[in-house]
Design a binder for this molecule. Structure first.
Ligand SMILES: Cc1cc2nc3c(=O)[nH]c(=O)nc-3n(C[C@H](O)[C@H](O)[C@H](O)COP(=O)(O)OP(=O)(O)OC[C@H]3O[C@@H](n4cnc5c(N)ncnc54)[C@H](O)[C@@H]3O)c2cc1C
Length: 383
């Protein structure tokens, strides 16, 4: 305990001295998030300095081993770091599909060469990754994917199309599910990594109602991929894909916590007593979710979580986040409806509200999460 206390005071002192004041302000829009990558342009010196300092300490991936760019922190220490960052409102120095999704999958399924090659780059935010899972005919039924990778002796030849590939047009590399055999649906999928600059890869943006769109269609036309870029065994990529999805769902579930803004009751003070009562009821549920999350995240990190837990948390967290933004819109009244004005903070409230509509779709829809929970908990067929 004494060791953890001294870790806390060192961490607090370091954060106070090293987190630039600008990086303690809440982000006004998604565009202020730092994603890193080959072509990243920092929005300010403070953003660059904050990332560099956190990378140097291994604190972009605090619980990863030091050899791979982490700090080797224990779960208890990593929690202290998170709490101390939240205490001063420190921004996340790096948003990264590499950290939240690919990294954990590489740590479990990657070979030594792949871990040494890719993990430190992810920790330093040097390569931006995108996720090539969904296809026009394979979303919820992901194992129905058709993008084909043919074994050409010294390389794979990839042909097909992905859809809803968030930030594909800005990403450097993709982690991609491909069909390497048609003999079995789930047993013919492999997990492939490749550079988005490889000849034959192209992307096309998809526009959204909110005006901000991360989405792309991604096309592969005779893309040559080196043989050593399959993660795990050929035709066993479904295991990697599912493991990664558990981490994706864990990350998305975190939306239920609502950042570091405190309770809604402290932020919103509408006159309407019915709305105040709804806000109070929401805050009680949000606190219960936070307590449940704490237990779940610890069990998940220790690989002790029930197989249905990521789905339960994803379902609960995303439904809660949607409810949070409904209440913010209701409390904001007509000001909150304005798309581009000072009163609506440049449209932040309505844009954020619209964005939450996707929470219960991304990473697998709420209906699919409920199916998974039912199969595991009720012991229905297919668990
Ligand atoms: C914001 C956002 C970001 C995303 N980013 C990415 C990304 O980076 N990479 C990527 O690969 N994909 C991404 N996706 C795609 C996402 O994973 C899919 O949209 C999702 O899995 C649902 O698939 P679908 O859109 O094909 O819907 P469908 O599978 O066609 O489903 C349509 C509806 O039918 C319901 N349904 C389908 N099957 C069943 C069933 N068996 N039981 C009950 N109901 C069912 C679904 O719940 C849904 O309501 C993203 C999606 C969003 C919204």
């Amino acid at each position: 305990m004494a060791e953890l206390d001294s870790f806390r005071s060192e961490t607090r002192a370091w954060l106070e001295a090293n987190c630039p004041p600008e990086m303690r302000e809440p982000m006004r829009s998604e565009s202020e998030a730092c994603w890193g990558g080959r072509n990243w342009t920092f929005s300010s010196d403070a953003q660059r300095v904050w990332l560099e300092r956190m990378v140097e300490r291994g604190w972009t991936v605090p619980h990863w081993p030091k050899d791979y760019g982490g700090a080797g922190l224990s779960p208890a220490e990593a929690k202290v770091l998170k709490e101390e960052m939240a205490r001063i409102g420190a921004r996340n120095p790096l948003y990264s599909f590499g950290i939240s999704m690919l990294g954990p999958a590489l740590l479990k399924f990657g070979n030594d060469e792949q871990k040494k090659r890719f993990l430190p780059e992810i920790a330093r935010g040097e390569i931006r990754w995108c996720q090539g899972y969904s296809e026009p005919g394979a979303g919820s039924d992901l194992a129905g994917l058709q993008t084909k990778a043919e074994d050409k002796g010294d390389h794979w030849l990839v042909n097909g199309q992905k859809v809803w590939t968030s930030y594909a047009d800005k990403a450097d590399w993709i982690f991609c599910l491909v069909r390497t055999s048609t003999e079995s649906k789930q047993g013919g999928i492999s997990f492939l990594l490749f550079d988005m600059q490889t000849p034959g890869v192209s992307t096309k943006p998809i526009l959204l109602i909110s005006g901000n769109s991360p989405f792309c269609e991604t096309f592969f036309d005779d893309v040559k991929v080196p043989k050593n870029q399959v993660v795990g065994e050929v035709n066993r990529g479904w295991d990697v894909a599912k493991y990664l999805l558990g981490h994706e769902r864990e990350m998305i579930a975190g939306m239920g916590l609502g950042g570091t803004g405190g309770t809604l009751g402290r932020m919103l003070k509408p006159d309407d007593p019915f709305l105040r009562a709804e806000i109070a009821a929401f805050d009680v549920d949000a606190l219960a979710f936070a307590a449940m999350s704490e237990r779940f995240f610890e069990m998940f990190k220790a690989s002790e979580a029930h197989p249905a837990s990521p789905s339960m948390m994803k379902y609960a967290g995303t439904e809660l986040n949607k409810r949070r933004h409904e209440l913010m819109m209701a409390a904001g009244g007509s000001d909150a409806l304005e798309w581009d004005s000072d009163r609506s903070k440049g449209g932040k409230t309505p844009r954020d509200w619209l964005r939450t509509k996707a929470n219960s779709i991304e990473g697998g829809t709420s209906e699919i999460q409920l199916n998974i929970v039912a199969k595991h908990i009720l012991g229905l067929p297919g668990a």
